[in-house]
Write a protein that binds this ligand. Sequence first.
Ligand SMILES: NC(=O)C1=CN([C@@H]2O[C@H](COP(=O)(O)OP(=O)(O)OC[C@H]3O[C@@H](n4cnc5c(N)ncnc54)[C@H](OP(=O)(O)O)[C@@H]3O)[C@@H](O)[C@H]2O)C=CC1
Ligand SMILES: O=C(O)C1=N[C@H](C(=O)O)C[C@H](O)C1
Length: 237
Amino acid sequence: MNEPARILIHGASGRMGQALLRLAAGRDDLRVVAAVSRSKPTQRVIDGVPQFAVAEAHGVPAFDVAVDFSLPDGFEAVLAMCQERGAGLVSGTTGLDERQQRAIDLAGERVPVLWAANFSLGVAVLGDLVQRAAAALHGWDCDIVESHHVHKKDAPSGTALALGSRAEQGGLRPRYASLRAGDIVGEHTVQLTGPGERLELVHRATDRDVFARGALLAAKRLAGRPPGRYRVADLFL
Ligand SMILES: NC(=O)C1=CN([C@@H]2O[C@H](COP(=O)(O)OP(=O)(O)OC[C@H]3O[C@@H](n4cnc5c(N)ncnc54)[C@H](OP(=O)(O)O)[C@@H]3O)[C@@H](O)[C@H]2O)C=CC1
Ligand SMILES: O=C(O)C1=N[C@H](C(=O)O)C[C@H](O)C1
């Protein structure tokens, strides 16, 4: 697609939403046409971007891809809107339940959808390393420790669960521990413990822009694709 992809940001007033709006403003290949939050906006237009409350979202202009970083109770509405509008969805909202994950599978029959628990390149690579290590370390203990800022609502984090699923694919059963402290952006340690030795695989995000940049790149690459449920690896690696 040579024209800038038209983007809707869902969860625009949040930590991730604000990072997405700031970074999208610096890109020529994307144009943010709407910013949607749960609460009624105090200003109708900010930096040229029209603002909407969820209740007013039927009035948003045409868009190619919605980028959603909100909360699970807002997820179904944005998924439905994308299907009604024939638009794609990039979502990083964590804490979704199995029914919501199945809804993503169904939506993928109609529109292009990418949901990922983590949009950093390092975590995409870490997933492969965890699966490989788990497959080689038969019978070892596998513990996943994640640390995040005090405002985070879900635990274990989506990334911890995704890394755990990779460990299970490698043959180990993971246990989880969660810490909430200060303003930690996001840290994940996969600890593999055997008799007399221990292997630790660690990822630390120090700036949430890394997630926002990944999600915007995914939105650009998803725009104009055929329906389907895409993974980060399909678009990044
Ligand atoms: N996949 C990844 O790489 C990453 C995922 N995340 C995930 O992204 C999500 C957002 O994180 P963060 O920005 O820190 O959270 P915030 O709490 O800062 O922001 C949440 C945003 O969602 C909006 N919102 C809340 N409920 C609803 C609803 N029912 N309908 C529509 N909008 C709603 C809020 O609007 P209002 O302010 O009006 O309430 C706000 O704009 C979380 O699930 C987090 O785990 C975070 C970082 C990276
Ligand atoms: O809420 C966050 O902040 C983050 N959430 C994601 C998760 O649940 O894994 C990704 C990242 O760690 C930051």
